[in-house]
Design a protein. Sequence first.
Length: 621
Amino acid sequence: MNKKQKKVLVRILLSTCLLIAASLVSVDDQLVRLALYLVPYLIIGYDILLKALKGVRNRQPFDECFLMAVATVGAFALDEYQEAAAVMLFYQTGELFQSYAVGKSRRSIAELMDIRPDHANIQGESGELEEVDPDEVAVGDIIVVRPGERVPIDGIVTEGQSAVDTAALTGESVPRTVRPGDEVLSGSVLMDGMLKLRTVREFGESTASRVLDMVENASSRKSRSEAFITRFARVYTPAVCLSALALALVPPVVLLLLGREPRFTDWVYRALTFLVISCPCALVISIPLSFFAGIGTASRQGVLVKGSNYLEALSGVRIVAFDKTGTMTQGVFQVVGVHRNVLSEAETLRLAAIAESRSTHPIARSIREACPAEVDLSGLTDVTEVSGRGVRAVIDGTVVLAGSEMMMLEAGIECGDCSEVGTVVHLAQDGRYLGHILISDVLKPGARDAVTALRAAGVRKTVMLTGDRDESARAVFEQLTADEYRAELMPDQKVAEVERLLNELKAGEKLAFVGDGINDAPVLSRADVGIAMGGLGSDAAIEAADVVLMDDDPVRLPLAVRIARRTRSIAWQNIVFALGVKVIIMLLGVLGIANMWLAVFADVGVSVIAVLNATRAMRLK
């Protein structure tokens, strides 16, 4: 509880004591009774009265303070002193509970996103560490991060090894071990050993800063539900004020015309009760809070949503299109099999790794990484790269060829076809065919599960759009069990395919596209919801996207859809509940059944319940 809330609590307790004392004192003098109730009323309600006066002075009178001021001052005018003071007391009590609930939810979200580093450590000439502002660190500087500290700027490890907690960024609960050569994202926390990092971005462009900017700016983009409530409140409050005025004047005039003598004070009391009931704060506060909590929860799970409008759009997604390489596959070459091999698999890979040891090609790198043991290069005496074919190497006095089918045919060596899709590296030694190594891009571990989970979440169609060759695309498509695929697409053709899919949507349905490369930026912008891979994705894709998956895990996609749908559901629960209760009690007030006590529940009670319901969005998974 902050200082302001504590002061309100003191006023509530003091006012309560004075109100009870006034109720126990029996006084016949009207002025003395007025003074006894006016003191606790002013103690608890002076700020509401001041806000109402400021609103009138600024020509913006129609808010809950104005309604509460008119209602309670009117009650005093009708000699309902006790009720006027008590209504203001209970209103302020409800506002305190509401303020506490909202503040607690915002603090919880802020704590989840507390990833902004306070300083960076730079090693001085004397060897001592000097704390500097992260903004002062340039790209290429060496910074030192100690155990327990948060990484201030994205960098490459140059020295040291440590387990790194990335939960605040990616939602991943298991720490990652980083070594020299690995990239470490700002906002991560070192669990053990000290690291030296060479910075690769400026502080303002680092991951932590970009994450915080996205979350902080998200509130400026209102969802349709929030925009509806804003427009609704502008019309609703003046309308209920006019309705209350009509309720106070029209029925008594009609009764007079009918020859009956009305009690004007009864109708004025009903009008004042009507005003208290009509306060729209339950909607004005709880709806934005629902979306803010949903965005915070998604951020905690490693899903950054750039605005509540995008979160609401995500809840309506029924078609998901996605790129292949780097999105549903790992985007790197890996050895997936050794086929028709004469030697053992390990020996075949050893010979190929030695032959490819001096090549910088990604295929050569994947073969070296797949070799189960460190290779001994002492027997390598000669290596020649044959452009577009492969390599010729002399190993332990034997000639080893590693390359394409064309290389084998030119050497007069027969090689068998590979029935599986991928890049094939054939291997031969002194004219003898030893087999072939199959290299391919492999699915991300959660890709297939993500497609299945999307269907369970209500997505009726999943489509893979890729620029890769048809045979490679089909192989991945069959593993994913998606509904459709299109291959060999240029960026403009991807946009055309998305246009086609958009025409298949029904009213209220949305299309999401998931991608990671520069070539995906146009289609990310065209989709209703653009979703980018944030870990390995290009800056262009991340900027063009509306949602960013921080750890590149496709499983986060159905999770984001579920959070969006639950958040939207909670927001509409609040709208229906608040309006429903208010309409019912308004009718009771018009009929003279509801008094101001029930009116306070209709306003403050409904607001507190709606806010508590909105905070459920913080616990979504």
